[in-house]
Write a protein that binds this ligand. Structure first.
Ligand SMILES: [Zn+2]
Length: 348
């Protein structure tokens, strides 16, 4: 269930951006944009539910508020069966976002063969089905809303098919696109949407939410995730512990590749990139971003770390198809250890 009231409570930092968006939305198409892991998808759903909410009919039409959470429309929305709502998601995200039902059955109601890997793209078929939806009259007469997330998952054909409707939508039709990388969208898509930036939430509500989610060591993990609370929660659920994160700099300094042996390679390389980033900041005398200062060595030279940084970037590009993940990690740790030694010259 994704009840509106529950969502605002669950992601407390969205209440303010939501009322801002409801008050300032002038366009029939909004583009929620900002870093991943701060609740863009949730905000898009909150907007959709608010526009569809029928309790709004009784209040001031010109200043819509958040959805009520208990009218007939809200109940339909929360049970994922609202006839005036369409959601475009890549199949690969449906399960993790709690919208799996639609993907499990084919058009005839038969379960789909699940041999193929779920797609990370939003394909033309999904956009065509959505365009059919935009042609029919609103079932409940309040609004019709389409949410697209993440918008950069629209492949080119799908994005082009969407353009015309985005430009001239029917009367009650509204769109919310949400994107983690708006630069990856067609400029023609971007230019048809009113931008709605969603930045990093404040630290205190993020920490409070994380502890409500049962995340231990929330301060360390929120910092590890660069201030993105949903990412910190996902990492915790994937097994990352604050103690392991805090120990990583010292274990890297000793060349212990085993420190990240249990991690999927892309995430392990990402962790080393964050460490390298922080070591570089330290070498310039700046405060670290991802690690607590007391858990970090203090290199005094930046140059040796740049070589490690470049090696990590090369490794990240091939992280999905490594020839030998174990050897690669051994080598990245060895390079990191040496770079750190070279960056920390001993006084004679
Ligand atoms: Zn309602």
């Amino acid at each position: 269930m994704v009840g509106e009231a529950k969502l605002v409570q669950a992601l407390p930092w969205l209440a303010e951006p939501l009322s801002q968006a409801l008050a300032t939305a002038r366009s029939h198409a909004l583009l929620v944009q900002g870093p991943a892991g701060v609740g863009q998808f949730d905000l898009a759903l909150l907007l959709a539910q608010a526009w569809l909410c029928e309790a709004q009919l009784l209040s001031d039409q010109h200043r819509p508020g958040p959805a009520c959470g208990h009218c007939a429309s809200c109940l339909l929305f929360q049970s994922h069966t609202h006839p005036d709502f369409q959601l475009l998601l890549p199949d690969a995200l449906r399960e993790s976002l709690g919208w799996a039902q639609e993907a499990e059955t084919g058009r005839d109601g038969e379960p789909k063969a699940s041999k193929t890997k779920p797609s990370r793209e939003i394909k033309i078929d999904a956009v065509r089905a959505m365009l059919n939806f935009t042609q029919v009259t609103s079932a409940r007469g309040r609004a019709k809303v389409v949410v697209v997330y993440p918008a950069e998952a629209l492949n080119n054909v799908a994005a082009n098919a969407l353009l015309k409707t985005l430009e001239e939508p029917g009367g009650l039709l509204r769109f919310v696109l949400a994107s983690n990388s708006p630069e990856g969208l067609l400029p023609t898509i971007r230019s048809r949407c009113q931008p709605l930036p969603l930045g990093l939430p404040a630290r205190q509500p993020s920490l409070q939410w994380l502890s409500e989610q049962g995340v231990e060591g929330a301060e360390v993990l929120l910092m590890a995730a660069g201030g993105r609370p949903q990412e910190a929660r996902d990492w915790f659920e994937a097994g990352l512990r604050a103690s392991a994160w805090q120990a990583l700099p010292q274990r890297m300094a000793r060349g212990e590749a085993a420190a990240l042996a249990d991690w999927p390679l892309p995430r392990a390389i990402d962790a080393l990139q964050r460490l390298c980033h922080d070591l570089l900041r330290r070498s310039h005398g700046a405060a670290p971003t991802y690690f607590a200062a007391e858990s970090l060595p203090t290199p005094s030279l930046a140059a040796p770390l740049h070589g490690w940084d470049a090696a990590l970037r090369r490794a990240a590009r091939h992280a999905e198809h490594p020839l030998n993940a174990g050897l690669l990690m051994e080598s990245l740790f060895a390079q990191g250890r040496q770079a750190l030694l070279d960056a920390t010259p001993r006084r004679a």
